[in-house]
Design a protein around this ligand. Structure first.
Ligand SMILES: Cc1cc2nc3c(=O)[nH]c(=O)nc-3n(C[C@H](O)[C@H](O)[C@H](O)COP(=O)(O)OP(=O)(O)OC[C@H]3O[C@@H](n4cnc5c(N)ncnc54)[C@H](O)[C@@H]3O)c2cc1C
Length: 455
C-alpha cells in the first residue's frame, strides 16, 4: 500500500466536484478527485443512439449565476455553450384533456384557462398583501397566501415537480426557492420585488447571469468531459471503492481501493460532494446522532425515459415541454421536447421527448417494470401528445434514479447547522454537494467555484 500526499482530496466527480477541482487546480493547488463510477459527470450523462442524442439526467440548465458563463468561457472551445432556441420560452401545463400555454404576459394572464377568475383578480392585490412571518413556510403555503389556490395547483405545483419532483406543501421556501423568499422578505411582494430588482443597477459581471436556458453542444457530457480533461487524468481516480476518511495528525487520511490496489492519501483538506445517504460510510468518525441529522435528507426518486421518433411526419412540438399538475391525476410528471430546443438531438424529421415519472408524490410509479413504463409512455404519446395511432416510438431508453433530487424540507435547518458545526470542529473538512446550496447545475457550478475562492 502506498501513502501519497496532496493538498486537497475531493470525493465525487459530478459537476460540483469537477468544478471545484478545475478551479483549485487553476489556482495551483494539488488535487486528487476520487469517483466510484468509471466515468466523470455523476448525474450528468449523455448517450447517442440511432441519430438521437439524449440525457439520462439533467437536460438543461439556467445561466443563473455569472460563474456558469465564466466556467463555460474558460472551457471553450473544448465545450461549447448552446443557448436554447426561443421555443424554450413556451412552457405548457396540462389541464383537463390537453396541454395549455403557461401565460407570460398580461393578456395571456387574463385569458388563460389555467387560473380561476377570482385568483386572476386576487393577483392584482399581491403587491399590497402583508409579508409572511413564518420563516419555515412552505412554497405551497406562501403561494396560496399571496396568489391563490389555482396558482398553487396550476403553476407552483407543476413548477416544483419540474425542478424538485417534490411536494410544494413540504418544500420550505427559504431553502428551496431562496430568491422567491427574499423577494417577499426584502421587497414585500413578488411583483413589486421583481420590478424593483429589474431596475437595480447591474455590473458587467452581474450581466453574465443571463438567466437563459442552456445545454452544451452535443449534450451535457461535453461539459463534464471537458472539465475532466482540463483537470487531467493524473488528478482523477475512477472506479474507486471503500473510501474512508479520518482526521490524522492535523491532516486528513483518506484510504480507498482502486481496481489495482489499496491506497492511502494524506491531505490538508477533504471536500465531499456525494449525496447525504453516502456520508455515513465515508465519514465513520462522525457520531451517528450527528450524522443522522445530515443523512436523513430525503431524495425524490425519478425515472427518466428518452423517447425517439425518427419521423413525426411534420408534427411540430415547439416548446420547452409540458408539466403535469399533481391534481390532474396523470402518471407522468412532465415531458420535455429537447429536440425543439437544441441542435442535433434527433434525426432531421424526428423528435426526441424526455418523460419523467415518479417524484415524491408518485414515488410508487418508479417501481413499474421496464415494460410497464414503455406501455405508459406509448399510451401518453397518443393521449397527451396526440400522436396518430399509427405512430410508435423508434427508441425508448429508461434511466432510474433512486436518489434523483434532494428535498429541502423542514429538516434542512438542522442539517445545515450540523454541517456548519462539523466543519468548525474539523478544520479542512468541507461537506458540499447538492445536500446544500441548491439543486440545479448552476447552483453546483456556483458552489464548486465558491469553495475554491474560500479555501
Ligand atoms: C433525473 C434528473 C434530472 C435533473 N434535471 C435537472 C435540470 O433539468 N436542470 C438542472 O439544473 N439540474 C437538474 N438535475 C440536478 C443536477 O443534475 C444535479 O444537481 C447535479 O448534476 C449534481 O451534481 P453533484 O456533483 O452535486 O452530484 P452528483 O452528480 O450526484 O455527483 C456526485 C458523485 O459522487 C459519486 N459518489 C457517490 N458516492 C461515492 C462514494 N462513496 N465514493 C466515491 N464517489 C462517490 C457519484 O458516483 C457521483 O459521480 C437533475 C437531476 C436528475 C437526477
Amino acid at each position: 500500500m502506498q501513502t501519497q500526499h496532496t493538498d486537497i482530496v475531493i470525493i465525487g466527480a459530478g459537476l460540483t466536484g469537477l468544478t471545484a477541482a478545475f478551479h483549485l487546480i487553476n489556482e495551483g493547488k494539488k488535487v486528487l478527485l476520487l469517483e466510484k463510477n468509471h466515468w466523470v459527470g455523476g448525474q450528468i450523462r449523455t448517450f447517442e443512439e440511432d441519430g438521437f442524442v439524449f440525457e439520462s439526467g439533467p437536460n438543461t440548465g439556467s445561466v443563473s449565476h455569472p460563474e456558469v458563463t465564466e466556467l463555460l468561457n474558460a472551457l471553450s472551445p473544448a465545450c461549447e455553450l448552446e443557448i436554447a432556441d426561443e421555443n424554450a420560452n413556451n412552457r405548457l401545463i396540462w389541464k383537463g384533456d390537453r396541454f395549455r400555454k403557461l401565460p407570460s404576459g398580461l393578456i395571456g394572464g387574463i385569458t388563460t384557462p389555467l387560473f380561476t377568475l377570482s385568483d386572476k383578480f386576487r393577483i392584482l392585490g399581491e403587491p399590497f398583501r402583508k409579508k409572511g412571518t413564518n420563516p419555515d413556510e412552505s412554497v405551497g403555503e406562501l403561494a396560496n397566501r399571496r396568489l391563490g389556490k389555482s396558482f398553487v395547483n396550476y403553476a407552483v405545483d407543476p413548477f416544483l415537480s419540474g425542478i424538485y419532483a417534490g411536494d410544494p406543501m413540504k418544500l420550505i421556501t427559504r431553502y428551496a426557492l431562496p430568491k422567491l423568499y427574499n423577494l417577499e422578505q426584502n421587497y414585500g411582494s413578488f411583483i413589486g420585488g421583481s420590478i424593483a430588482k429589474a431596475k437595480e443597477p447591474k455590473t458587467e459581471r452581474d450581466r453574465l447571469a443571463t438567466k437563459k436556458v442552456f445545454s452544451t453542444r452535443g449534450g451535457l457530457s461535453s461539459l463534464t468531459n471537458a472539465l475532466g480533461d482540463a483537470i487531467g487524468k493524473e488528478n482523477i481516480r475512477l472506479s474507486v471503492s471503500d473510501i474512508l476518511v479520518h482526521p490524522f495528525e492535523n491532516q486528513w487520511k483518506v484510504t480507498f481501493s482502486t481496481l489495482q490496489e489499496e491506497e492511502t492519501i494524506l491531505a490538508s483538506k477533504v471536500i465531499t460532494t456525494v449525496g447525504a445517504y453516502a456520508l455515513p460510510n465515508l465519514l465513520p468518525f462522525i457520531a451517528k446522532e450527528e450524522m443522522d441529522k445530515i443523512s436523513n435528507l430525503q431524495y425524490a426518486p425519478v425515472v427518466e425515459i428518452a423517447v425517439g421518433i425518427k419521423d413525426t411526419r411534420g408534427l411540430q412540438f415547439n416548446a420547452f415541454g409540458g408539466l403535469v399538475p399533481s391534481i390532474e391525476k396523470k402518471d407522468v410528471l412532465g415531458i420535455l421536447f429537447p429536440s425543439a430546443c437544441f441542435q442535433g438531438r434527433a434525426p432531421e424529421s424526428g423528435t426526441l421527448f424526455t418523460f419523467y415519472v415518479g417524484g415524491i408524490k408518485k414515488h410508487y410509479l418508479t417501481q413499474l417494470s421496464d415494460n410497464e413504463l414503455k406501455e405508459l409512455v406509448c399510451k401518453e404519446l397518443h393521449a397527451m401528445l396526440k400522436l396518430p395511432a399509427s405512430m410508435e416510438p423508434d427508441m425508448i431508453r429508461i434511466f432510474r434514479h433512486t436518489h434523483a433530487i434532494p428535498q429541502y424540507e423542514l429538516s434542512t435547518g438542522e442539517r445545515l447547522a450540523t454541517i456548519e458545526c462539523l466543519q468548525k470542529r474539523y478544520p479542512g473538512l468541507i461537506i458540499a454537494g447538492n445536500l446544500r446550496n441548491g439543486i440545479s447545475m448552476a447552483d453546483r457550478i456556483l458552489q464548486g467555484a465558491t469553495i475554491s475562492y474560500e479555501i
